[in-house]
Design a protein around this ligand. Structure first.
Ligand code: PLP
Length: 373
């Protein structure tokens, strides 16, 4: 596939994703596959199909349009839109295509009710509550008003209830998780006493692995599906050490050349050869989602070994030190993520050099053309 700007190849290992789903299911009781943002850059339709074969019956996507893409691909499973409707077309599509939208605002309820009534339909929704993220969702103070609204609008049918944890991966914030769970439980009690038999979910990947008390009826597994241990570097690390990375990103070497000691490298002359060196010019830059933050700090994997980025990352190129790596030639492969042998690059390695989290690395590199195996 060569539709990108460059020669970047993103290889997705669907078997690794299946394995990761099975591992999550050992801990969780009813794990939704979170496949928002093109399955964290791993390919929405392909990942959903693989998870479906592993028995996943519910998918959580981002916007309603993304849900629609999944539905129209032939997916018959339950599909949840985490973002919920933002306009009338979203409302129409949610009911027309049996997509369960997250709803956390009265404006959304009013709009949905208007559209669905005009269609002469009924729509299932997921009630979204804010228990500590201060982002989306009804607050516990709005419950009475919400229940009154729902009684008056029977065409809007809550079947799910959810909230999102802010700190499930951080041992220093265990109390915050408990506090969120307490608020969520008391919200659930009110919703259920009003006669709505909602399926409740609170946990994300880290919540599934660490906090049994936040499992409720279902869990929403995201980043662990893509091979990341969300607990790495904490005292809980061993709880998440069985996930296998599924994304490998590689590109071509455009040139191999010798530099004399003292020669300046790349824009701004931020790096000078500290000895006579051999460098490889690698076809990856920020136009490919390979961040300029990696300048002078990132590494790539060539012939199973690590090669340090020298100087600034350019739009479509970067320069790496291959002085000590034998047999590096024009048109050889360089791995930005993954690779073979000791030099293999993990998502956490790359995110660390990049100054971000694995989620962002996946989403940005995942914009490049993908191949599946
Ligand atoms: C992305 C997301 C998840 C998954 O979180 P991970 O940390 O990737 O497991 C779960 N719930 C909601 C609402 C999300 O937006």
């Amino acid at each position: 596939m060569t539709i990108g700007y460059n020669t970047i190849d993103v290889q997705i290992d669907l078997d690794a994703i299946r394995h990761n789903y099975r591992v999550l299911c050992e801990k969780g009781s009813n794990v939704y596959g979170v496949v928002k943002a093109d399955a964290y850059g791993h390919g929405l339709l392909e990942v959903a199909r693989a998870l479906e074969e592993e028995g996943a019956n519910t998918f959580a996507v981002g916007a309603v349009d993304e849900a629609l893409t999944l539905r129209k691909s032939g997916c018959d499973n339950r599909i949840i839109s985490l973002l919920g409707p933002l306009n009338e077309a979203d409302c129409f599509n949610a009911s027309q295509f049996n997509i369960i939208p997250f709803i956390g605002e009265f404006e959304q309820l009013d709009m949905l009710s208007r559209v669905v009534s005009a269609q002469g339909k009924k729509v299932d929704i997921c009630l979204k509550f804010d228990t500590g993220m201060s982002r989306l969702g009804f607050s516990i103070d709005e419950i009475e008003k919400l229940l009154l609204w729902l009684k008056a609008n029977p065409q809007i049918n809550p079947v799910l209830a959810s909230s999102h944890l802010a700190t499930s991966d951080d041992p220093a914030y265990e109390d915050y998780v408990s506090a969120q769970a307490e608020v969520f439980s008391s919200i659930l009690e009110k919703v259920r006493s009003a006669g709505y038999t909602v399926e409740a979910s609170l946990a994300n990947s880290a919540g599934i692995l660490v906090h049994d008390k936040v499992h409720y009826d279902a869990q929403r597994g995201g980043v662990a599906l893509y091979g990341v241990n969300p607990l790495l570097g904490t005292k809980w690390s061993s709880l998440g050490d069985r996930f296998k990375p599924a994304m490998q990103v590689s590109t071509k070497i455009a040139a191999v050349r010798d530099l004399k000691k003292g020669q300046a490298i790349s824009y701004g002359c931020t790096c000078h050869a500290e000895r006579d060196m051999k460098v490889a010019i690698v076809c990856a830059g920020y136009a490919d989602g390979y961040s300029r933050h990696l300048s002078n700090t990132g590494q790539v994997c060539i012939n199973g070994r690590r090669a340090q980025i020298l100087g600034r990352v350019c739009m479509q190129l970067c320069i790496v030190d291959v002085t000590d790596i034998p047999d590096v030639h024009f048109s050889d492969r360089a791995y930005l993520l993954g690779g073979e042998g000791e030099g293999k690059i993990s998502p956490d390695d790359l995110a660390g050099w990049w100054g971000t989290i694995t989620y962002e690395v996946f989403c940005l590199l995942g914009f490049n053309p993908k191949m599946f195996k």
